[in-house]
Design a binder for this molecule. Structure first.
Ligand code: AMP
Ligand code: ZN
Length: 464
């Protein structure tokens, strides 16, 4: 039974889906005005792990992730320029070009990091009509009101406001730099629709004139459109708890008249050198920048998997070096299992599986699960352990099938053996399979195995 920490109750709870065998999950996606940095990507690696554990547990999963391509303003309040419009102005492109470029880039990072794409990707600009409808409903139900610059949610109508963050309105005010708009009934009332100046690039016709949606209504509208008025899980980074998710709850419950999300699950932040990532400090890294420094994306994934998702993770290059070395060692060690012909007692295997399953189902304890993998690969070499590691890799997503020998092992092959392997390769090339097979048998007898690959072949010692 999967247990998951629910931010709403501040407790680890048994996960019980609304419909047996099926899970509905919404994940706040990126605002595509710039490249995703490694901090953002930590949040999506967490989303991916969660999705993988659910699938590993046999659930049929419908995941939705939004792409925010309008409405996310520079301040988390309702002031400042739209992030998309600012990037468009600075780069002399249209906001649509900006969105397309950074969305594609974002999904390239997904591929490199083995992050599976959710089943539905929903772009905010494709759902403006539905958002307008929801805003109208909020007005009709008395939860929203119109002022000169937009339509605002009246939080005094929602007594539960603050139930996710457990902050009083005063606390929320103290934390947020919300410039007070004198027409708002309460300083924490937030925009569900903003009226646009004529020079604003992204704007749509609405019953309140030309304008654009507030950032929070986007997620309320798209999650309910694809997952219905009650769904299982909502994920995001912890920074979304106090304003964005609180506002989503206020909107959803006003629109539907009841609770709409059962489990709110949030991942902690990535720090750099124990501090905030910030452009001015020059410590905001992207995956391609790590690649330029000699790491691969999966070294970064491995680095993230070593920390529980609810713990802050401190990024340092020493930490990355450690992750790179351990990940390479894991692949090398596994390789020895891959080429082994020995079996392992099924009971021993079952015990590893039990421990692994318990770890991943205990609030996604991946560091503990990785510990089980390490114990297992240090055991006597066996092809069964390799097979089980591949099963576990459905959760880990570390491309363990790419297990390969360490560099030094590859060069440590006697000349006589290399010669036989080369003869076998030539025979195979000329479709003389009988000779090729005979040479392979001879190599096996001498304690070596040949592995064919796209690039050619590799010779490796057996059972090392
Ligand atoms: P954004 O594109 O700014 O909307 O952010 C996308 C996601 O990245 C959000 O879910 C944030 O919670 C998350 N995020 C932003 N900064 C960090 C960080 N330093 N560490 C982890 N997640 C982050
Ligand atoms: Zn959201």
């Amino acid at each position: 039974m999967l247990k998951i920490y629910n931010t709403l109750t501040r407790q680890k709870e048994d996960f019980i889906p609304l419909k047996e065998g099926k899970v509905t999950m919404y994940s706040c996606g990126p605002t595509v005005y710039s490249y995703a940095h490694i901090g953002n990507l930590r949040t999506y690696i967490f989303m991916d792990i969660f999705r993988r554990v659910l699938k590993y547990d046999g659930y049929k999963l419908k995941g939705v992730m939004n792409i925010t391509d309008v409405g996310h303003l520079l301040s988390d309040g309702d002031e400042g320029e739209d992030k998309m419009a600012k990037a468009a102005r600075e780069q002399q492109k249209t906001p649509w070009e900006i969105a397309e470029f950074y969305t594609n880039y974002f999904f390239e990072d997904f591929k490199k990091l083995n992050i599976g794409k959710p089943e539905v990707i929903a772009k905010a600009t494709d759902h403006i009509a539905e958002m307008i409808k929801d805003v109208q409903t909020l007005i009709d139900k008395g939860y929203a009101y119109e002022i000169d610059d937009g339509i605002y949610y009246d939080i005094s109508k929602f007594p539960d406001y603050g139930k996710l963050s457990r902050l009083s309105l005063d606390d929320q005010q103290a934390g947020a730099r919300v410039e007070v708009n004198s027409q708002k009934r309460h300083p924490a009332d937030f925009a569900v629709w903003k009226k646009a100046d004529p020079q604003h690039i992204m704007q749509w016709q609405s019953p309140w004139g030309m304008g654009y949606p507030g950032w929070h209504i986007e997620c309320s509208t798209m999650s309910r459109k694809y997952l219905g008025n009650h769904f299982d899980i909502h994920t995001g980074g912890v920074d979304a708890i106090p304003v964005h998710h609180e506002n989503e709850i206020a909107q959803n419950e006003a629109l539907e008249g009841h609770k709409t999300v059962n489990y709110w699950v949030h991942s902690e932040f990535m720090l750099v050198d124990n501090g905030k990532m910030s452009k001015s400090l020059g410590n905001v890294y992207r995956i391609d920048q790590l690649e330029e420094k000699g790491y691969c994306a999966l070294d970064y994934r491995y680095f993230c998997l070593n920390a529980h998702y609810r713990k802050k993770l401190n990024f340092t290059f020493e930490g990355m070096d450690g992750a790179k070395t351990s990940y390479a060692r894991l692949l090398n060690t596994l390789y020895a299992h891959k080429v082994s012909n020995t079996a392992t007692d099924p009971q021993v295997l079952a015990e590893y599986k039990k421990q692994f399953d318990e770890a991943v189902n205990d609030d996604l304890n991946i560091p503990l699960a990785l510990g089980v993998v390490w114990t297992m690969v240090k055991a006597p070499k066996s092809k069964d352990i390799y097979a089980l590691a591949l099963e576990f890799d459905k959760v880990l997503g570390l491309s363990l099938d790419k297990a390969q020998p360490a560099e030094e092992e590859q060069t440590d092959i006697p000349e006589e053996i290399s010669k036989l392997a080369e003869e076998r390769f030539e025979a195979k090339k000329h479709k003389d399979f009988a000779t090729a097979d005979a040479l392979r048998a001879k190599l096996t007898e001498l304690g070596y195995s040949v592995l064919d690959s796209k690039e050619g072949y590799k010779v490796v010692p057996l059972n090392k």
